[in-house]
Ligand binder design. Sequence first.
Ligand code: GLV
Length: 337
Amino acid sequence: MSDVAKPKVYVTRELPGKALEIIHERFDAEVWREYRPPPKHIIVEKVRNVDGLVPLLSDKIDAEVFDAGPKLKIIAQMAVGFDNIDVNEATRRGIYVTNTPEVLTETTADFAFALIMAVARRVVEADRYVRAGQWVVGWHPSMMLGRDVNGATLGIVGAGRIGSAVARRARGFGMRILYSDVVSRPELEKEVSTKRVDLDTLLKESDYVSLHVALSKETHHLINKEKLRLMKRTAYLINTSRGPVVDEGALFQALSEGKISGAALDVFEQEPTSLQNPLLKLNNLVVAPHISSASEQTRAKMAEMAAENLVAFFEGRKPPNLVNPQVLQIRPLPKQP
Ligand code: GLV
């Protein structure tokens, strides 16, 4: 293919693995090279002339972007979540949207479990304690007591791919597992002997509540003041899904008043979260900068998957991870080159 015939693509960050190699080989591609995300006005400017866009979850892709990019045909996001993209509007305009599911499931579940362990056994606090010179007694029966994970009840909110992978890990820890979901998961129930309950029951009975729902109008502030009040005083909340699923103001109150024991957050309502966020003053909170899928292997696979979705589309094949299949009725796939 000559250069002029190559579709034009804008990539909003340097991608790991072989993704950029794949993209540069097949497309006339421009890449935003900075570590920080491109400001919205740059995306709006860059999209003017492109056929495809590869954004990250931190790039807001909405009608303003679509208006600016009349040639845009596909958005191949490098993330499983796609709440940053106005998918309905994309579909209406015949723009394909793809994501990167499955390759990050186990890695994300590992991290959710790491957070459960960290908050329950005070791993981060213990590290700070030693480094701050507070470890002045070699061993004491009541030093840094946490709570057991083994034998406790884990409540999984949203037992999709990642929630199910967390449930499998919990089985190895001898936990009792409950889940709440909009659908029932009979296979998971058999596999890890879990039981579907309503959200309120899950919150009342669980020692650890781990969130694995996508962000939508229905799940925005799903965990609010009333829901936090249902949790046990000895319970912990773990969020590796999306920040706005939890009302941070309500969480701050619940944690500082001892209404729940602790929380571990990999995601925040605003990312990056401000150093002024009052949550960061609390000791019974473990935080991370949205890194649940951040292993070398998984990030490379996610980026390559985004690139492959792009390639499939321009080769006239249905992208393997199309999230808006209704678009096929609006814009047929391009003719095979
Ligand atoms: C990460 O949060 C993702 O959605 O892939």
